[in-house]
Each structure stands twice: as C-alpha cells, then as structure tokens.
Design a protein around this ligand. Sequence first.
Ligand code: UGA
Length: 447
Amino acid sequence: MNVAIIGGTGYVGLVTGVGLAAHNHQVICADINETKINGLNNGILPIYEEGLSDLLSEVKARKKIHFTSNISAAVEASDIIFVSVGTPEGKNGETDISQLVRALKSIANNMNTYKLIAIKSTVPVGTNEMARKFLQSNLKNHSCSFDVVSNPEFLRVGSAVQDFLSPERIIVGADSKKAADMMKKLYSSFDTPIIVTDTKSAEMIKYACNSYLATRISFINEIAEICEKVNADIHAVLDGMKLDKRIGGLYLSPGPGFGGPCLSKDIKSLINTGVKANANVNLLKSVMGRNDVQIMNIMHTVEHELAEMDAKKVSVLGLSFKAGTNDTRNSPAIRLIEKLIEKNYEIVVYDPVVKQLEDVLNPQVTFSKSADEAAKGSDCLIIMTEWDEFKKMDLKSVYYRMRTPVIIDTRNILSVEEAFKAGIRYSGIGTRKLQNKETMKVYRNIV
Ligand code: UGA
C-alpha cells in the first residue's frame, strides 16, 4: 500500500516508515525539518536505534522508502497517512497537540481522494474524534472522504526496530469498517494479533499500558525502601514474587525511578484527562510522587555517607535514562546531578555513549574518559545507568582508586558480597547492608 508518514524523521515516524517499507509497502517519510530530510537522503540517520541503519539501507536499495519535506506531495501520493509528530507536555498538565494540528491542516489542504489518517502519536483520549471534526471543517476539496484511526505505538527506545517488526499486538481504533479493513490489510504480513476497537479505547490503551508499567516500577521501588528499613533483601523478595505467574518478573527492577521521554509525560497527561473527567486519580498521582521520592532517597544516602567529609567529590556513572541509548531525556541521572549541583558537590561523570549534557549542566560537571578514571580520588560513586561495563568493574581497583570507597548502586547491578569483599561501603536499592568492623575501619582510615 502507499503510505505517508508525517513526522517521518522522528524516532517513532522513522522506525514506522522503515518497518512498513521492510514489509513491502511503498513509504514516503515527510517532515518539515529539511536538515533531517537532507541527512536521510544522504544516508545520515538523525537517531541511533539498533538495526535501523541496516534496515534503512536495505529498503532504500529496494526503493521502498523516500524522504521529502514536501508534505503536500506525500499526502497526495498516499492511501494511508500516518501522523507521528511529537505531543510534548504542555502547560498545566495539558498535552501540547500543536504539531498534530499543523499536520492535520496540511492533510486537509492536500487531500485529493479518499484518505485514511492513522494517528500514531500518543494523544489524549478524544483527540481522534477532534481530528475528524477538524479535518471535516478544514477540508479544501469537499468531494474527498476520509477516516481517522488510532494506531498507538509500543516502541521502546533501544529496541524500537525489533518492537516494530515483532509486536505483541497491534491496536487499531476505528469507527468505520472500511478504515479497520484497510489497517488489517496494511498489517496483514505481521504475525500478530490485531485488536480492533473504537478510537477512544485505543487511545486509552496506550496510556493504560505506560501507566501500568510505571506503576509496577513505583510499586517495587516502594517495596525496596521498606526492605531497606526492615532489613529484608529485595533480590530474595523478587525471586519469590516473580514465579507467581500472575505477577511475573518484568518492570519490577528497583532503581532510581523511571525516566525517558514517555512514561512520566503519559501519566501526567492521563492524570489531567482523569481530573477533567472528574475521575479519582489518586493512584496515578502516587505513582508519580513515588518517582520523585527515589531521587530524594539517593540524595539522602549521598549526604549520609559524606556527612563528615570536607572534600565531597561525587562520581556519577551513567547519564542516559536506561542502558542501550544515548537518550538523556528526563533521565534520573540528570535529575540527580541537578540536586548534587544545588548542594555544591564536585561532580565527575562518565557514560559510555553520552559525551555532553545540556549547556546549563555541562560547565558544572567534569567528564571522565572511563569509569576507572571517574573513580579516581572520588568520595562516592553513584551508578545511575545499568550499562554492562559497570557490571564488570574490577571492584578492588575501584577501591584503591577512590578516596573513600563508597558505592551507591541505584540499579542493583553489583553483588553486595563482592563489594563487601573488596572493602567497599555499598548501598543498593532495597539490598541488605554488609558492613562489619573491617569495612568500617577501612572507611574510617581513608577519611
Ligand atoms: C516506554 C514503553 O516501555 C514503550 O512500550 C512505549 O512505547 C514507550 O515508552 C513510548 O511511549 O513511546 P521507553 O521510554 O523506551 O518505553 O522506556 P522503558 O524501557 O519502558 O523504560 C522506562 C524507564 O523505566 C527507564 O528509565 C528504565 O530504566 C525504567 N525501568 C524499567 C525501571 O526502573 N525498572 C524496570 O523494571 C523497568
């Protein structure tokens, strides 16, 4: 089928375009950002995603995908037009849908025959309905008919290509049989259940999924804190929980709180939708509140460990919001660094892929070339991202490099026992503290 993607150079748009081209559809990725379009035409990807570059080369060679900044031409040439523009957090909990409205305006101006408009952007419940009315009243060529469907994405940063090519389900919110049938045809080569529902329920599925994942994370972070207070061990607790099939083990890793471009934004948007609809949204508010507590707790641990020290050099290992990406949007590491700056700590950072921060933070931190270098002369090493290379650190060497051998491992990637054996004062999230006279003595000697 002929498909256009508006917002086709963005993370979701580009992966969707390349993925549909790989399934033999004829795709035009359209975007108002000419620099990105020119780059893509010259083989330069605006984002890094595992497998994307190779798949793009393959579909380009088969002439299945094209990139253009000419939105009108893309609309005219296509049967299905995906909209995958950004829907960032707006003012007062509202979602900013201005980019979506701009995209709808271009579609309304350029419709030349029946079009199916598929909204992939995460949009508040009711937006598809609004889009249909907006298109109807802005249509230039009144002889054209159209449908609007909701087709939310479930792509994780870092495994987006895989998530697109092998989805666990495809959600289609459609208010007409013709629209639903066209979407089923588009995805007919995917070996995946297609759930067809109404547009509002489809929009809601996306918010419910992200909010549920975030709820599990906040839940386990709270359990981990209680474990610490009562001297139970979160690893053992999780082993006992995850074998219960009703619970399972995914999205139950305690940590510094969820980050990234979507989870927080989507819960806040859902809270806003609920409040406006007079629903009780206390649980969702607590999920967000708990996330803020995680960073506060890490700060308390840092302050407690360094309370009696004069020099306070803190090393932060990991800047991206999770391993496998250079994305630092809403990263817990950045939220922590902001708090460390407020408290005037000397901050050294290291991340295997993130080599600079926003302009305002950059001058306040010193970048190291390796985790080992970051540990040199440090009073406290805080692991914020679960990169493999941090799991393999030689703890004895870290011990000798640090001024005060304190590690706060917010991803629980090190072994409590190994850290203890290396003489390190170790704190995980919900893990037991192993400190005997030996560790205490080493700590005091160095101080
Ligand atoms: C998330 C969802 O997982 C995708 O399904 C969804 O499509 C996407 O948002 C979106 O709305 O576009 P993503 O933002 O890439 O994907 O991140 P996740 O892999 O879900 O992780 C989110 C955060 O939770 C990360 O900071 C991660 O470190 C944290 N996390 C995850 C935990 O703290 N514990 C866990 O057990 C799992």
